[in-house]
Write a protein that binds this ligand. Structure first.
Ligand code: NAD
Ligand code: UDX
Length: 480
């Protein structure tokens, strides 16, 4: 029986290994983590992450060929294939701070593998890492090898949160990079055999190590670039009277461009896009490619611009101040169908409003009060450290009230802003909401999910990203 061990029981390690266990009953899969709380949750009825379809998969295989454990060393030493799916945060200090990937967790995992291994291993990079990380890992392993042979593979993960199980069941592609030696090719074959249990062979792409590592950063950069492109257009639409949804539709009909990932929004969030582009920018700079670095940096600058523009629009619409005003914030997760708040635009929007002394009533169906308060008091980039190591600074969130219902959030509010596109926000009784709010009552739709015309009929003043402006908003100071 092939034994797989995955180091890191997070958003990637947990779902990916659960699906491998489901699709490969003949493979034994152990997912290990240094966080006791996370492993305890994986072994309980309330999993540590919310992901549609995940519970069923875990329930089917847990205790059969899927195990969650804190006994990292035991499972690593017994495994044939070791996936490493630990955090690779942005460095917060020292060389490359604010851009480069911090490989502390990866390096400590590699040193531990070298310490405890007693047989040959295939070590798979599942985390997103800078190009050439495999070389560094290879050096750590071989310098401590005690005669044991290691093959390093790059097998980046392309799942998106909220659709992780669907993406894993039916991936567009599985990418495996390895050394172009006989041993390297054999290792690729062994990993390919695991995926071949359910992924059609033509969707398994095999490349050299550096292409696989770079393809992951490139794919995320291309995806984020599309969003910044449409968001840049949304600002121009507001200035000219064009409608960004109509523009996206027309542009996306070109089969060379395609319709996906062209939804204008308050800005992209999530643990990957910003971190991976910063990492790409740093690699370009280290290779003397300043123009290339500046090109990709712009994707992040436009994203920051979009989040600021949204806050400025709220403030300027409400007579240029939100001081003491109550704002209902609907949605805090970085997208629907996840409880994940890493790099969510909600943090920047809420902090921007708090900076103008607003009072916030926040509601999200999947995010806890603790998490929201923690996020609003955390320093930039601190979030991407193992759960139990995240700093808990005293919160400065007296102006923040977390509630468990959208109607409760809207009560007495001057304005309501939609940050996450949860389906339930489309179906709310907006007449009831209007009646409970201060007047004039504003809706700022950061996801273009409500029917603005219907809301205007009720009496709301409505701002929708990239749509022709309400006459009220046109008369207010320009927003840049
Ligand atoms: P995560 O924070 O959810 O999980 C990482 C886990 O690794 C944590 O539970 C942490 O405790 C554990 N860990 C850290 N160091 C460890 C060690 N030395 N030994 C054992 N456990 C250790 O992160 P994630 O979202 O699963 O991301 C993991 C990697 O995958 C990152 O490189 C990320 O960029 C990449 N990735 C993430 C996504 C996504 O959608 N979240 C998608 C593709 C790729
Ligand atoms: C992303 C990549 O899609 C995935 O392939 C990779 O493995 C990890 O990073 P994820 O961050 O989970 O996945 O979600 P994604 O669906 O890409 O959304 C990222 C952000 O972009 C979200 O905040 C989302 O709301 C936003 N977005 C997405 C838009 O604003 N407009 C769009 O058209 C699409």
């Amino acid at each position: 029986m092939v034994k797989i061990c995955c180091i890191g029981a997070g958003y990637v390690g947990g779902p990916t290994m659960a699906v491998i266990a489901l699709k490969c009953p003949s493979v034994e899969v152990a997912v290990v983590d240094i966080s006791v709380a996370r492993i305890t949750a994986w072994n309980s009825d309330v999993l540590p992450i919310y992901e549609p379809g995940l519970d069923e998969v875990v329930k089917q295989r847990r205790g059969k060929n899927l195990f969650f454990s804190t006994d990292v060393e035991k499972h690593v030493s017994e495994a044939d294939i070791i996936f490493v799916s630990v955090n690779t945060p942005t460095k917060t200090r020292g060389l490359g701070a604010g851009k480069a990937a911090d490989l502390t967790y990866w390096e400590s995992a590699a040193r531990m593998i070298a310490d405890v291994s007693k047989s040959d291993k295939i070590v798979v990079e599942k985390s997103t890492v800078p190009v050439k990380t495999a070389e560094a890992i290879e050096r750590i392993l071989t310098h401590n090898s005690k005669g044991i042979k290691y093959q390093i593979l790059s097998n980046p993960e392309f799942l998106a949160e909220g659709t992780a199980i669907e993406d894993l069941f039916n991936p567009d592609r599985v990418l495996i990079g390895g050394r172009e030696t006989t041993e390297g090719q054999e290792a690729i074959k062994a990993l390919k055999a695991v995926y071949a249990h359910w992924v059609p062979e033509e969707r398994i792409i095999c490349t050299n190590l550096w292409s696989a590592e770079l393809s992951k950063l490139a794919a995320n950069a291309f995806l984020a670039q599309r969003i910044s492109s449409v968001n840049a257009m949304s600002a121009l639409c507001e200035a000219t009277g064009a409608d960004v949804s109509q523009v996206s539709h027309a542009v996306g009909k070109d089969t060379r461009i395609g319709p996906k990932f062209l939804n204008a929004s308050v800005g992209f969030g999530g643990s990957c896009f910003q971190k991976d582009i910063l990492n790409l920018v740093y690699i370009c700079e280290c290779n003397g490619l300043t123009e290339v670095a500046n090109y990709w940096k712009q994707v992040i600058k436009v994203n920051d611009y979009q989040k600021n523009r949204f806050v400025n629009r709220i403030v300027s619409s409400m007579f240029n101040t939100v001081s003491g005003k109550k704002i209902a914030v609907l949605g805090f997760a970085f997208k629907k169908d996840t409880g994940d708040t890493r790099e969510t635009p909600a943090i920047d929007v809420c902090n921007g409003l708090l900076g103008d002394n607003a009072r916030l009533n926040i509601y999200d169906p999947e995010v806890t009060e603790d998490q929201i308060k923690r996020d609003l008091s955390m320093k930039k980039f601190d979030w991407d450290h193992p759960f139990h190591l995240q700093p808990m600074s005293p919160t400065s969130t007296k102006q923040v009230n977390v509630v468990w219902d959208a109607y409760e959030a809207a009560k007495d509010a001057h304005g309501l802003c939609i940050i996450t596109e949860w389906d339930e926000f489309k179906k709310l009784d907006y007449k009831k909401i209007f009646d409970s709010m201060q007047k004039p009552a504003f809706v700022f739709d950061g996801r273009n999910i409500v029917n603005a015309e219907k809301l205007r009929e009720i009496g709301f003043i409505v701002y929708s990203i990239g749509k022709p402006l309400d006459p009220w908003l046109k008369d207010m100071p320009a927003v840049a």
